[in-house]
Design a protein around this ligand. Sequence first.
Ligand SMILES: Nc1ncnc2c1ncn2[C@@H]1O[C@H](COP(=O)(O)OP(=O)(O)OP(=O)(O)O)[C@@H](O)[C@H]1O
Ligand SMILES: C[C@@](O)(CCO)CC(=O)[O-]
Ligand SMILES: [Mg+2]
Length: 398
Amino acid sequence: LSPVFVEFFVSAPGKVILHGEHSVVHGKVALAVSLNLRTHLRLQSTSSGDVRINLPNIDTFLSWEITALQPLLAGCGGEWRWIFELDGDLLKRLREFTGISDDSTDTRSMAVLAFLYMYLTVFAKSLASITVSVWSELPTGAGLGSSAAYNVCLSAALLSARGAISSPLTPQQESARWSKEEMELINRWAFMGEKIIHGNPSGVDNAVGTWGGFLRYHAGNITPLSWVPILRILLTNTKVPRSTKVLVSGVKDKINKFPSIMNPILESVSAVSCTCEKTLTEMAVHGPSPEHYNILEELIDINQHHLNVMGVGHSSLDTLCRVTLARGLHSKLTGAGGGGCGITLLRPETDTSVIQSTIDELKACGFDCWETSIGAPGVQQHSSAALSQDILKILNSY
Ligand SMILES: Nc1ncnc2c1ncn2[C@@H]1O[C@H](COP(=O)(O)OP(=O)(O)OP(=O)(O)O)[C@@H](O)[C@H]1O
Ligand SMILES: C[C@@](O)(CCO)CC(=O)[O-]
Ligand SMILES: [Mg+2]
């Protein structure tokens, strides 16, 4: 355990995908941006001989004796090392130990499996007695990257507690970030958690959770987009539950079944992402014009149709598109779809009364709806003084 470590707070943002969800899993371009909603984690060293996890969002409070976990590492070799491929044997032993089946997509099971896997691989031969509490402002399983924010927080906190990366916060600071190399490590470790929860993630969500800001993601390459205009976005949570793992695997089945039909769709979505990026750059350089917004709106419509072709639409998302279009606003699903969240682009000239009546009508449909702010910083370490009293109260109550 890192000698300086007793208590540790970290947070990571959720994300919205502007364009490229699903296609990005198949090597196409995606554009994504961090949200001002964050997941917070508190890690404490204890002397109980247990590892404990408190996940109040999903009503999960569990602990294991370290001596009971130790034998799971028996087949993992002697020395501690960086492992960036999922260790299938360890995962199998963990599934047997926890009684979680291969095909489980259950919220609690996935969170527990990702936590235990990361804990065991990060601490390896010197398992530490710790308590981890996680609280998120993000809705769980709604397309806003809650799994990635969870995995990024776990990765950063566990790696720091293990002493594998620094604790960047100095006594004078309220929040601090890690070095580029350390962030790359946090991102890679979080990606393994995503593999456990998602099955076949592209890595875009954990990249945004780690780096924050506006990113272009293409086949593992992350490019921060510094030239983007300020965009106003309305977020709608249809509250229809869905699993990213199931949706991603459904799209893969469709591609395998109809490759000549589906591959051009993926290619077209990639072109939508590239055209959107080009338009955003022009808007930042020359100033936004109504024509730019017309293009952005058309791209949203085209992509939403493509996502429906992929089979990840939902009647609740159709309702979102219809209600907003009646007021001249354009929407698409964001994240894995199948319910969950959608985004609506607001134009600079969109009247406040129009926005309010749209929000009211969407709420009357049973949805949550709010104007969001995007581009928040990526993963950070915090002092307790940096956290709001509400969040501290939740994290400190376990
Ligand atoms: N605050 C949290 N506490 C515990 N587990 C969480 C939390 N947030 C997310 N998870 C885990 O992540 C899973 C949700 O991941 P999933 O990928 O299905 O949705 P998402 O990440 O919200 O959406 P998307 O991947 O489409 O952006 C949950 O089932 C749970 O296992
Ligand atoms: C659906 C998907 O493209 C985005 C989920 O937020 C899956 C992924 O990229 O891992
Ligand atoms: Mg996810």
